[in-house]
Structures are given as structure tokens and as C-alpha cells.
Ligand binder design. Structure first.
Ligand SMILES: [Zn+2]
Length: 216
């Protein structure tokens, strides 16, 4: 268990925004430089897919490849800098009580569900559809969906380099804090997947909280 020292001043009474995202639903918010978003896995074992876009120019966006290359390791954890496709730090993980987040395994879609789990799953709701719904609010579309973050999703990489989605290790109430270093559009899909263990086969609500650090 790890948590950043700064997280101790972040309490419900100092938050400027608190919201419960229902199971299977998307959410987004413009977050300003200096603000911190906390994502709480309210009931445990819930994967939270996320994408970040620069507010000033959404063509600059989160890059999983640049993030992993910059830190030289495969997992997202306390201290990870979330890097854009232009090499700038968009945000930083400043607290983490879970300890394991993924950015390798991508998001679920109707198409990938059909390939992985059979045609009968093609009509199930999926993260890609959540992203499309939410991105439309900002004039963005399918082509703007890139390799994403998967908070609380457990994708261990074995010594042979193989990886697969396995049971999540996040307990009810585990949280991760993301502090913005640029103004960003932060987009979440509360993952609806029911065909693999990423959500414990039972998608559940999550909570988001925002702090405006200048007011602490
Ligand atoms: Zn998903």
C-alpha cells in the first residue's frame, strides 16, 4: 500500500466537486493545471478506463507509449508522469492506495468483445462506446481514441513478457490521485466489461472528487 504525503490534506470537506459515476457509464470534466482528480474504486475490483486531451489543442493527448518510455517501467503507480504525444507532462500520480494500474491492455469495444468472447457479446455496452459518447461533447470522435489508461486494472507481465487481465487487487475505497500539470479534458469510462475479471464480473459505481490545490 502506498499513498502520497500530499493526499492527507485532500478531504471531502475541501473538495470542490464530488460525483458518483454509475456502473457502466462515462464521465468527463475539464481540469485546470494545479487541480487534482481522485478516482475512488468505491466497491473494489472496478477498472476505470481514462483518456486525457490538452484543452488548448486536443491533438495533443495522452500517450501510453511515451509515458512508459519516459518512466522505463510497465505499470502506472505513485509518481508516474502521464506524458503527451508531444512529450509534455500532462499530469502526475500524486497518491495511490491501490498500487497497480495498467496502460498496456487497451479498452474494450463491441468489436473486440466479439473476437475475444464470441459474437453473442457484440451487443454488450463497451468502453469504446462510452468514449465516443463523451468525446462528442468536445467535438472529438472515434479517430481521437488512443491507447488509454486502465486505473485499478491488474495486468501483470510475466518473466516471458506475456500479460493478461486477471483479478483486480483494488479493495473497496482504494483511490488514485491525478494532479494536472496542464489544462486537460479528462475522460472516463467506468468499464462495463462482464466477460473477463477486470471488474470482478460485476461492474460497480465509482466516485470522483476534485480539489483546487490553491484553495487548500
Ligand atoms: Zn472496458
Amino acid at each position: 500500500m502506498t499513498a502520497g504525503a500530499e493526499s492527507s490534506s485532500r478531504t471531502a470537506s475541501t473538495a470542490i466537486y464530488v460525483h458518483d459515476i454509475p456502473a457502466e457509464r462515462p464521465w468527463s470534466q475539464v481540469l485546470k493545471k494545479g487541480q487534482t482528480l481522485r478516482i475512488i474504486d468505491s466497491e473494489g475490483q472496478q477498472a476505470v478506463d481514462a483518456l486525457l486531451y490538452c484543452l488548448a489543442d486536443p491533438a495533443e493527448r495522452y500517450s501510453a507509449q511515451d509515458t512508459l518510455r519516459t518512466q522505463g517501467s510497465a505499470y502506472v503507480e505513485l509518481g508516474t508522469k502521464l506524458v503527451s504525444n508531444k512529450g509534455r507532462v500532462m499530469a502526475r500520480i500524486t497518491a495511490d492506495s491501490c498500487g497497480r494500474h495498467d496502460t498496456s491492455a487497451g479498452c474494450c469495444s463491441c468489436e473486440s468483445n466479439a473476437v475475444r468472447f464470441g459474437e453473442a457479446t457484440k451487443y454488450q455496452h463497451a468502453c469504446r462506446e462510452n468514449f465516443i459518447l463523451e468525446l462528442a461533447k468536445y467535438g472529438l470522435g472515434k479517430r481521437d481514441i488512443v491507447a488509454n489508461l486502465n486505473f485499478f486494472m491488474n495486468v501483470p507481465i510475466d518473466p516471458d513478457g506475456n500479460f493478461t487481465v486477471v483479478d483486480g487487487i483494488s479493495a473497496p475505497g482504494n483511490y488514485v490521485d491525478i494532479s494536472m500539470e496542464l489544462d486537460v479534458i479528462f475522460v472516463i469510462s467506468n468499464c462495463p466489461q462482464v466477460n473477463n475479471p477486470c471488474n470482478g464480473f460485476d461492474p460497480t459505481p465509482i466516485r470522483v472528487m476534485i480539489w483546487d490545490e490553491a484553495k487548500l
